[in-house]
Design a protein around this ligand. Structure first.
Ligand code: NDP
Length: 299
């Protein structure tokens, strides 16, 4: 089987690629990086730097679409918001347009999204049926999902991974959180009462593979552990795992001043649960926060 992957070099993507290669799939990946460095990250893959080059291709059996500029990498200026949108929504629109030129349609498109789809939900339990709040992250995820879903009209099964905050070794948000803890400056953010819909990267990769393999799977799935915790609980557990104290939190207004609108990512959240994944038989391996964090920080 042949699979086309975007976002292949990313924190989630490169582990997924290595797993797919292990399973014997042939991969073509989209990347702006040099083919040699892509191969050093992802393993033995073919690399394309432009989706347009895949127009009128005979086709791939499946497409996995994870590309997107880092949501928490820079302050959300107007220009940055445009980059966040273009690297997901425009890219997915191009992808769908290119897929439609193939002589053989893929069986499935697995496409990215995030729990930010729901906006700030306080401490309401969030399933895939929860009514979203109309904020920037909602609009971003909604429009990203809508572009992917267009392939349903071509008979392609489309699965959407509404991913939570992903924990894993070497990268992601934990890498940034660990440093302040190591120098004794880690602590909860704001009140600490906001929920963190965390998930371990191994479970995200297994979940994406499950979507690929399960012919009845389609539509949006909350890709979060079954045990969401508050930011305060998360901080306490991380401090414990790192054997470091958790210190007095920076007040919310200070975070807002430093991060602007992006502070919402840290100060608000979703008590999201993987309702559909659980009902449809997917099993999480690292469902307990302490075990997931131990695996992620290597203690
Ligand atoms: P990373 O930030 O680690 O990787 C992003 C990937 O997207 C890279 O492979 C990069 O490819 C590609 N990319 C970035 N900008 C562009 C662009 N302008 N044009 C084309 N490709 C681009 O992401 P993760 O692996 O952490 O996440 C994968 C997806 O899941 C992302 O879309 C992310 O928003 C979403 N997600 C992740 C969460 C997390 O906690 N990690 C949480 C919720 C959602 P290259 O540099 O090779 O061109």
């Amino acid at each position: 089987k042949r699979i086309l992957v975007t976002g292949a070099t990313g924190f989630i993507g490169h582990i997924l690629c290595r797993e797919l290669i292990e399973r014997g799939y042939g991969l073509t990946v989209l990347s702006r990086q040099k083919p040699d460095s892509v191969r050093s990250i992802c393993g033995r893959v073919e690399v394309t730097d432009d989706l347009e080059k895949l127009r009128a291709h005979p086709g791939f059996d499946a497409v996995i679409n994870l590309a997107g500029e880092g949501i928490a990498d820079k302050r959300w200026s107007h220009a940055r918001k445009e980059q966040l949108r273009a690297s997901r929504i425009d890219l997915t629109r191009t992808l769908v347009g290119v897929v439609r030129t193939w002589s053989n349609m893929p069986e499935v498109l697995v496409s990215g999204s995030a729990v930010g789809f729901y906006g700030n939900q306080g401490d309401h339990l969030v399933t895939e049926d929860t009514e979203p709040h109309d904020e920037f992250t909602h609009q971003l995820c909604r429009d990203w999902e809508q572009e992917a879903l267009k392939l349903e009209t071509d008979g392609v099964r489309v699965c959407l991974s509404r991913t939570g905050v992903v924990a894993g070794r070497n990268g992601g948000f934990l890498q940034r959180m660990i440093l302040p803890f190591k120098v004794g400056l880690g602590g909860k953010l704001g009140s600490g009462r906001q929920y963190m819909p965390w998930v371990h990267r191994d479970d995200v990769v297994s979940g994406l593979l499950w979507m690929l393999d399960t012919p009845t799977a389609s539509g949006p799935y909350n890709m979060v552990s079954p045990n969401p915790v508050t930011n305060a609980e998360f901080t306490r557990t991380l401090a414990q795992v790192l054997h470091r104290p958790a210190v007095i939190p920076p007040p919310a207004p200070a975070l807002k001043l430093i991060l602007g609108e992006m502070a919402g990512l840290l100060l608000t959240g979703q008590k999201a649960i993987p309702d559909r994944l659980k009902r449809e038989g997917f099993e999480f391996r690292l469902a307990e926060l302490e075990a997931a964090l131990r695996e992620s920080v290597g203690t």
